[in-house]
Write a protein that binds this ligand. Structure first.
Ligand SMILES: [Zn+2]
Ligand SMILES: [Zn+2]
Length: 555
């Protein structure tokens, strides 16, 4: 035996043996206990970088360890091969995205083999191949049938430089994740997946994995769904039969509400102000806010609070007090009901707003002080405390200045007041979520085509299952203009409506690549199935994944 280690001699010999003997291939029928070692799906950028080597050698060590312990180990790899870099190469250098992608995959596969990583290469998958994206389309149609995939006009994050739609994640901080351009807002007809339908499950079922997942991943999941329990309350409008519905997580502070604030684009405003002299002022304010919002790149960026009194009064169903109705830029139509009660004493944003516009500030929650039967109210009169309070008190505490509810603890009052509202038919308990439906439309070539045919007579019609996959054309003209390059491929676009058989146009949007990477770990279990994305019985044998190695943001 040589004293020195010559990798080019030893590794070549063994890698060849492994390859010829197909020693890392694993059979679904193997009776030994299973271990599923999953690594993140790489994008075929062209070359492995050290981050890949780090990630994939961790997985390799684990796969070896488990094999030696007697497990049958599923250790697969594939390619997240749709996406922008191939399309950008096509726009900039005129290369064919398919050829570009296949070339990069071949090179990186070679690099992984040189590293000696013990993959089952018989299960290799690639998102850009029709035998994979056929099933993206199949899933889309299943969701379309159930009303879970739908189309709507919607403002999107838009990269002006690349002419493409970006997800919120891809435009965080108001800049395009790829090219760094300032992100803009645009209105486009888009396809959405109704993931909000699953909001409750997405947080409710976290309990089942709590014991084994890192706390920061669980927290991220909870924050993403953003479930908040609260109540809705209908405020009657004075001298009108209209009602304004607000959502609040702090019904216990309702005696401290000194205004109702509507989103400037709230549909009720036109009706409320029908005969009002302030109508055009409010309209102008709404237009100003909409314009500022369109210019603002980062939706999470704090804006200067601005509002306008509409002159309308609403009646607080607790206590019967009349309070003014305002519009303000910090209330959003797409969260809750688009209307909030402003409680400056106990909400920071409302406090800031009240100070700016000299709205009364009324404390109705006091800190719980132990050793006393109940906290001493700061002010017994319940009038304005603008002079005494220097910031909002946002914690739970004990209710003061709250009529018959005074002396109760917040948690108790939240429950009982919602119940009271329900009994008296002006409100009740409710849950809202921050989670929004997933916009999956992309105006790009290099993605899975949305399997829909747009017919003038029948509307959006599903491509029949037997016609899947809707295959991407070989190539297109890449102008980088922002319109899907597929729109310029006549053979692709012009088709027949499956329902009425009249001429119709194929949808030219393709799907977000996150659609590809949201189910690939099931496909590895049954990668050559040509009648279903995977056999559920086979997938059940291998899943859940025993160890995932990749960024924790993928969770
Ligand atoms: Zn960009
Ligand atoms: Zn038709």
């Amino acid at each position: 035996m040589d004293e020195k280690y010559f990798p080019e001699v030893i590794e070549k010999k063994w890698q060849q043996r492994w390859d010829e003997g197909r020693v890392f291939e694993v059979s679904n029928d193997d009776p030994r206990p299973k271990f599923y070692c999953l690594e993140m799906l790489p994008y075929p950028s062209g070359f492995l970088h050290m981050g890949h080597v780090r990630n994939y050698s961790i997985g390799d060590a684990l796969a070896w360890y488990k094999r030696l312990q007697g497990f049958k180990v599923l250790h697969p790899i594939g390619w997240d091969s749709f996406g922008q870099p191939a399309e950008q190469a096509a726009i900039k250098r005129g290369v064919n995205p398919r050829a570009w992608t296949e070339e990069h995959i071949a090179h990186m596969r070679g690099q992984l083999k040189h590293l000696g990583i013990s993959y089952d290469w018989s299960r290799e998958i690639a998102a850009h191949r029709p035998d994979y994206y056929k099933w993206d389309q199949w899933f889309f149609l299943k969701m379309f049938e159930r009303g879970l995939a739908y189309k709507k006009q919607s403002p999107v994050n838009w990269c002006p430089k690349e002419g493409t739609v970006l997800s919120n994640e891809q435009s965080s901080g108001g800049v395009c994740w790829r090219c760094g351009a300032a992100v803009e807002k645009r209105d486009l007809e888009q396809w959405f997946l109704r993931i909000t339908e699953y909001a409750e499950q997405l947080v409710g079922q976290i309990e089942q994995i709590e014991a084994t997942w890192p706390e920061k991943v669980l927290k991220r999941q909870r924050d993403w769904v953003g479930r908040s329990e609260g109540a809705y309350i209908d405020y009657a409008v004075k001298d009108s039969d209209k009602k304004i519905r607000v959502f609040t997580t702090r019904i216990d502070t309702i005696f401290g509400a000194t205004a109702i604030i509507l989103a400037p684009d709230h549909p009720l405003i036109a009706e409320l102000l029908e005969h009002s002299a302030l109508k055009s002022d409010v309209q102008k304010f709404a237009e100003k806010v909409a314009a500022a919002r369109a210019r603002r790149a980062d939706p999470t960026e704090e804006e200067v609070k601005e509002g306008l009194n509409t002159g309308v009064l609403a009646i607080n169903p607790f206590g019967g007090e009349n309070i003014p109705v305002w519009v303000a830029n910090y209330v959003l139509m797409d969260y809750g009901t688009g209307a909030v009660m402003s409680v400056p004493a106990h909400d920071e944003r409302d406090f800031e707003f009240a100070q700016k516009y000299s709205l009364p500030i009324r404390q109705v929650i006091a800190p719980v002080s132990h050793g006393q039967p109940a906290a001493e109210p700061v002010s017994k009169t319940g009038t304005d405390q603008s002079a005494e309070m220097h910031r909002a008190f946002t914690d739970y505490g004990v209710l003061i200045n709250s009529g018959e509810w005074g002396g109760k603890l917040s948690q108790m009052a939240i429950h009982e007041m919602a119940q009271y509202a329900e009994q008296h038919k002006f409100g009740g308990g409710a849950v809202t979520y921050r989670l929004r439906d997933w916009g999956v439309s992309r105006q790009r070539f290099w993605g899975a085509p949305v399997p829909i045919i747009n017919c003038e007579h029948c509307g959006a019609v599903a491509v029949p299952y037997e016609d899947l996959p809707v295959v991407l054309p070989e190539t297109a003209e890449f102008t980088g203009s922002g319109q899907s390059p597929l729109a310029g491929v006549a053979e692709f676009v012009n088709t027949t409506c499956p329902k009425c058989k009249r001429p119709a146009r194929r949808e030219t949007d393709t799907m977000d690549t996150f659609v590809d990477s949201s189910w690939y770990f099931f496909r590895y279990c049954d990668p050559s199935n040509d009648s279903a994305p995977f056999d559920p019985a086979i997938a059940a044998q291998w899943t859940p994944v025993d160890q995932y190695i990749g960024g924790d943001s993928h969770a």
